[in-house]
Design a binder for this molecule. Sequence first.
Ligand code: NAD
Ligand code: SAH
Length: 425
Amino acid sequence: MTATSTKPKYEIKDLSLAATGRQRIEWAGREMPVLRQIRDRFAQEKPLAGIRLVACCHVTTETAHLAIALKAGGADAILIASNPLSTQDDVAASLVADHDIPVFAIKGEDNETYHRHVQIALDHRPNVIIDDGSDVVATLIQQRQHQIADIIGTTEETTTGIVRLKAMFRDGVLTFPAMNVNDADTKHFFDNRYGTGQSTLDGIIRATNLLLAGKTAVVAGYGWCGKGTALRARGMGANVIVTEIDPIRAIEAVMDGFRVMPMSEAAPEGDLFITVTGNKHVIRAEHFAAMKDGAIICNSGHFDIEIDLKSLGATATEVKQVRNFTQEYRMPNGKSVVVLGEGRLINLAAAEGHPSAVMDMSFANQALACEYLVKNKGSLEPGIHSIPTEVDREIARLKLQAMGINIDTLTAEQEEYINSWTAGT
Ligand code: NAD
Ligand code: SAH
């Protein structure tokens, strides 16, 4: 459904889904006390007044709270999807109907529509961009150089987006400041690890109803997402194998008690494969051919290229939709492999993404990063900036407070001791 005057004000599935979206957004808000406090302050102080803002995020109940906070802060904000399969259509409807926030996102939109929405976002002539995977910034740099003068800065949500921004900076094309939300401790320690750990399994279970106990689960990548996924899969009784290319992370996985081996050795052992590397073709033709009949493969890392679906599609003799988000590929050797969520982030395709309680901290970082960019307009160097440590710690303090957990404070004696070099021996 689109609404038009001269330009469409939104492009969503169905405005009549708004009531369900409103209810679900309210529910998520119970677990987002830190962002709520920021929203209340923003409503008073209006730090984003007059700022045109584009948020390219998964359109979920949690993102709804971010968008509402940005609008409360005075931003003229529009929202587009950061993934063709992750949009919650009822949330998109409620944002348009109840909050007058333009949304351009439909679950299951094709690639052409996805990229058209990126163009619509840039037509908004943003001053600030919230990106998740760096698609808006990359398009801006490649196609809209004349708009760079409008840009105060961007914020980036995810690991792969930071990898791309670093490459842009290296190539001399990132000519404005970018806030690295992903690397804030209150983001990746919790979102990438516990968020991905839980929601990836949630997506797999919703798509397949698989019993994890007793299965062999192969987790490719032992970064923050991999650690969480392996930990939670073990917690549900799976025997977990980890694959890595980084020797340090491989040792970590070994000492955390996992078996570590190359994918070529893991392929015939696994019942379930989960990629979380941010890399390309981590599972490919030679691996599909070696897998057990009925092996299940999915991805929870950025983008749909961790699994080489092109080669799988080219060799398969038949592709059958066997459940929602579940396709069975029949191989020439007679065996089949099952791919979930078209190889896109399974936690957002088949489930609801991370739980609100972790997104509370991720999006508190996003809101404060936008405020920081605007406050420091003109004084930040082009390139990638960390979230200031005091902001990161304040988010953690507020989260603990909201959880009703107190911690110790340093005594004067301890403060002196840890700052001294003479008192140590
Ligand atoms: P990370 O950099 O901490 O970890 C990635 C790991 O993958 C590294 O240890 C790297 O050595 C390993 N790796 C790279 N190529 C590999 C290969 N061929 N085989 C095996 N291991 C390989 O990153 P992260 O924070 O864990 O994020 C991983 C991916 O997940 C990124 O693309 C990120 O954007 C995405 N992400 C997804 C979600 C989600 O909601 N599903 C949440 C956060 C991040
Ligand atoms: N555009 C890329 C982005 C990778 S998504 C892609 O679709 O492949 C990874 C990011 O999704 C994470 O960094 C996490 O912060 C975000 N995410 C996870 N659950 C979410 C939720 N419930 N709502 C909004 N964003 C979420």
